[in-house]
Ligand binder design. Structure first.
Ligand SMILES: [Zn+2]
Length: 391
């Protein structure tokens, strides 16, 4: 049974505390790059400060509680009604996990939902600022650290796009969902999807998902499918391999064959291709098996007989076809999975789904995860254009 827990506060601070939209001075030249000056660029901008604050709170999947609480307090201070949707309660060893759901006043089922995730992949990497050269434009300042791109850049830009939209159009029907666990199991979005906040038929007109897309509008992403290849042999002394049957020897040609399937045309037995998504992408991510160098390996991931493929319980999702009908965006497709398939749209009504965000996936899970000031600020404008088109 799934419940949602209402945090019953409406901000007491009044509209005067709401953040005013501001025109950033992008082309401002920075001629000195002492750390204080770099920091000033961040502290003089509410958007960049909010982004810094959420990046500085570690939130590796499973440990999202502190950053979730920070975002709840921030949204409440900006006059949002905020609900804390408990996904898993605290246990002796684990902290509670919750999605953050926010809207204006009592408009609990808004027309446009903006969403991204607040968990990151490990390890935590400290927030840091880097001048790209000794003499640079403000917008080229580099912000590095875990989550600066994936997906706290989207979270920050979404929040400020919503605030600026509401400043210009206070009756805009907007909601925000920041979910947990996207990087590991998708537990947060799946929980939201099954909850009363995602009714049948769907109440939303449009859902805007935030992920690093280099400020391009994503017309779709590939589906995913995981499987295991299992080989079993017979153990023997390595000095007398003819007395056994090596599972590793059995699986090697199979792995080489599978590894090359993405390069073979489907008509010749390779993996599927489509005009929209091009060739399939395949990765052999984990190999395990064998006991010792002196033993002919009997087992590679269990199984029986020779080499079999197990489509078991590794999960998967079909390809996602998304909307890209808003003028002024470059349109692309991407190879990575997102929360999109986890949010099930119910009923007959067409709900538009957009996928857009700042930063590039190419650094998203790496040691060099980083974004520029300009990308973050342009994303606010991009989200505002998507919101206005969707409204
Ligand atoms: Zn992500």
């Amino acid at each position: 049974m799934k419940k949602s827990y209402l945090w019953s506060f409406i901000a007491l601070t009044g509209l005067t505390n709401a953040i005013e939209p501001q025109q950033p001075l992008r082309q401002q030249k920075i001629t000195q790059n002492e750390p204080t000056n770099l920091t000033q660029i961040i502290t003089s901008s509410p958007l960049l400060t909010f982004h810094k604050n959420i990046v500085e709170i570690p939130s590796i999947s499973g440990n999202e509680k502190s950053v979730g609480e920070y975002i709840i307090n921030f949204l409440a201070s900006q006059n949002f009604t905020v609900e804390k949707q408990l996904v898993t309660p605290a246990t002796e060893t684990e902290k509670e996990r919750f999605n953050v759901y926010a809207y204006v006043g009592e408009n609990r089922f808004p027309d446009v939902l903006l969403t991204s995730h607040i968990d990151t992949v490990p390890p935590f990497i400290e927030y840091s600022l880097h001048a790209p050269s000794t003499d640079f434009n403000r917008e080229d300042l580099i912000i590095a650290g875990r989550g600066t791109v994936d997906a706290k850049a989207s979270v920050a830009a979404i929040v400020f796009a919503a605030l600026e939209t509401l400043h210009e159009n206070p009756s805009a029907s907007l909601g925000l969902l920041f979910d947990v666990g996207e990087e590991k199991s998708g537990i947060g979005m799946k929980f939201f999807s099954d909850s009363e906040l995602n009714p049948d038929p769907a109440s939303y007109k449009a859902i805007i998902f935030g992920e690093p897309t280099e400020l391009k509008l994503v017309a779709g992403h590939k589906g995913t499918m995981g499987f295991k290849i299992i080989a079993k042999g017979k153990a023997a002394h390595s000095g007398y391999p003819e007395l056994g049957k090596s599972a590793i020897s059995a699986i090697l040609p199979v792995l080489q064959y599978v590894d090359n399937l993405q390069n073979i045309h489907p008509e010749e037995g390779g993996l599927l291709r489509s005009e929209k998504f091009n060739a399939s992408t395949l990765n052999i991510g984990v190999i395990s098996g064998g006991q010792a160098a002196s033993v002919v390996p009997a087992l590679l991931r269990g199984g029986d007989g020779s080499v079999v493929v197990d489509f078991g319980d590794l999960g998967g999702a079909p390809p996602q076809y998304l909307d890209a009908d808003v003028e002024g965006f470059e349109v692309i497709t991407v190879n990575y999975g997102t929360d999109v398939p986890s949010l099930v749209i119910r009923g007959e009504k067409k709900v538009k789904r957009y996928l857009y965000g700042p930063g590039t996936i190419h650094v998203a899970h790496g040691d060099d995860e980083a974004i520029t000031v300009g990308e973050l600020e342009r994303a606010v404008e991009g989200y505002k254009r998507l919101i206005n088109a969707a409204l």
